[in-house]
Design a protein around this ligand. Sequence first.
Ligand SMILES: *Cc1c(COP(=O)(O)O)cnc(C)c1O
Length: 458
Amino acid sequence: MTIERVLKYSEQELSKWDLEHLWHPFTQMKEWSAQGPLFIVRGEGNYLIDIDGRRYIDGVASLWANIHGHAREEINQAIEEQLKQLAHSTLLGLSHPASAVLAKRLVEIVPMGLKRVFYSESGSTAVEIALKIAFQYWQNQGYKEKRRFICLKEGYHGDTLGAVSVGGIDLFHEIYGPLLFETIKLPSPYLRCKGAGLPLAEGAGLCASDLEQVLEKEHQHIAAFILEPLIQGAGGMLPMPPGYLRAAKKLCDEFDVLLIADEVATGFGRTGRMFACQAEGVSPDILCLGKGITGGYLPLSATICTEDIFQAFWGDYEELKTFFHGHTYTGNPLACAAALSSLELFQNDGTLEQLPSKIEALEKGLSKLQRLSPVGEVRQVGMMAGVEIFEDAQQRRPYPLEMRVGHKVCMAVRKHGVILRNLGDTIVILPPLSITLHELDQIINAVEAAIHEVCGGK
Ligand SMILES: *Cc1c(COP(=O)(O)O)cnc(C)c1O
């Protein structure tokens, strides 16, 4: 069936099939069936266009993935050219040029010391791979007891079971408890500082000492510490105290524990630098990349580790040190071609060079939203932001869960031509990095209007 034929179905038919047969991710389908689907049929720059021709700014970068806008000629062409050659072959026993070139390019731009690239298709699998590599790294070297993981409350690393085991969001993760492996969970650095009444800027020492205590006691049993550097994303856009990442890396080194940096959300310019780790001069032992790696065009992720880790898997076959892991579509050539083109656009567009003015404009917009009475807090790291709404912002009393206020604000924002998605009552603003200052203004104005409509207030 050609795409023309698909697009000829009426909205009514499509809605019927969606409601009858689709199960949407992270969605209460009862609520969905009451609203009916919004069909996006086209993307153009920073805009999404629906089936009736209405245009919306993609304020959530198509789930935090889009970097350079939709339908960029360069990326489309790179995919097309690769497609004419080869859509897919396997990296199990074979190679192909795009996967090798991309691995080399990635190693050139990631923090120093990271040298070996293992591909998969999603952030979750990049994390699964990191966990398995960290575990086996110690097993292969005879440290059989180093098998536990330290992670953070409010952390998010994906939805597969290993990633959920190191996750810390009760709303998403608690129910799967009986299926998960045990971890040591430290408090969310942001909430720890808040709880202790410390300004974030002064909280690194406190949070690092939490980690130090655990490491002192448990390091012989610990394989790795996994965290999202600089900001916990899906946990509600919770920034970390400056200096915490560097302190954590130092402690991990001291106690012979690997540091896994999950930059699935923060990678590729999102925080203002190519990678968030670079803000604190940190080279993790394992780096997880996903979301923006292809510019948001095709599913691809990468788990990149140091040569030291790689060497622990090196040996004669019968030593059984091999990393027995791989996916059917590992390193898909189309996705690698998109990723190569996206990296080239970073250079040609000066993507990173243009970020400071955008980050500043976002900050200005957020401070405007901060003045609205239902807004209790705004949080931002680079081009990632959250606006948290309360029933009583002064007392920090949340709205009742059943009111679905965050969700309602995001639905109201659509009427103003913007697509956003909430995390609870936190409105997430996370547009493509190609967003213009004018479009940023439009997003802020839409959020302001929507908060007025849904929450009232001044
Ligand atoms: C989104 C995300 C993931 C999971 O990525 P998927 O591609 O959705 O599996 C993992 N880690 C972080 C930090 C994320 O934001």
